[in-house]
Design a protein around this ligand. Structure first.
Ligand code: DQA
Length: 148
């Protein structure tokens, strides 16, 4: 099983950028952690980051046919990225939207997500644990893991 983990604009600067909101782990460290956790679950994690909406869309169009689900932190595209939203919807994959910070506890404009209505769900404010929780949820649901 393959899960795409996608990060949008400015998330390449994780670990340097606004650490109070986004934590001190770099994107490379986060990717490493997710790949390791993915191995434990028997899942192949394919991670990608871009600062450009078009490049994110190209990646989704190219890789969605071989993937089972998407974990995405769309960065600021969360709030206005309608082409990204269409590409995610067109992929027909289960999508979990993740935010490191709590987008509801910050500036008013961050509280609106154009991605959320087409997502399986959203995790906001749990830092890097949000990515782990999203990955576990997708894999559990896709494998049809039972409650007990
Ligand atoms: C973010 C929240 C967005 O509002 C912001 O533009 C980001 C990061 C988060 O992870 O908390 O780039 O998606």
């Amino acid at each position: 099983m393959k899960i795409l983990v996608i990060n949008g604009p400015n998330l390449n600067l994780l670990g340097k950028r606004n650490k109070a909101a986004y934590g001190d782990k770099s994107l490379a460290e986060l990717d490493k952690l997710l790949k390791k956790r993915g191995e434990g679950l028997g899942v192949d994690i394919v991670s990608f980051q871009s600062n450009s909406e078009g490049t994110l869309i190209d990646f989704i169009q190219k890789h969605s046919s071989e993937a089972s689900g998407i974990v995405i932190n769309p960065g600021a595209l969360t709030h206005y990225g309608l082409s990204l939203r269409d590409a995610l919807a067109d992929s027909e994959l289960p999508v979990i939207e993740v935010h490191l910070s709590n987008i509801y506890a910050r500036e008013e404009w961050r509280a609106k997500s154009v991605i959320a209505p087409i997502a399986r769900g959203q995790i906001s404010g749990l830092g890097w644990w949000g990515y782990i929780a999203a990955m576990h949820t997708l894999v559990g649901e896709l494998k049809g893991e039972a409650w007990e």
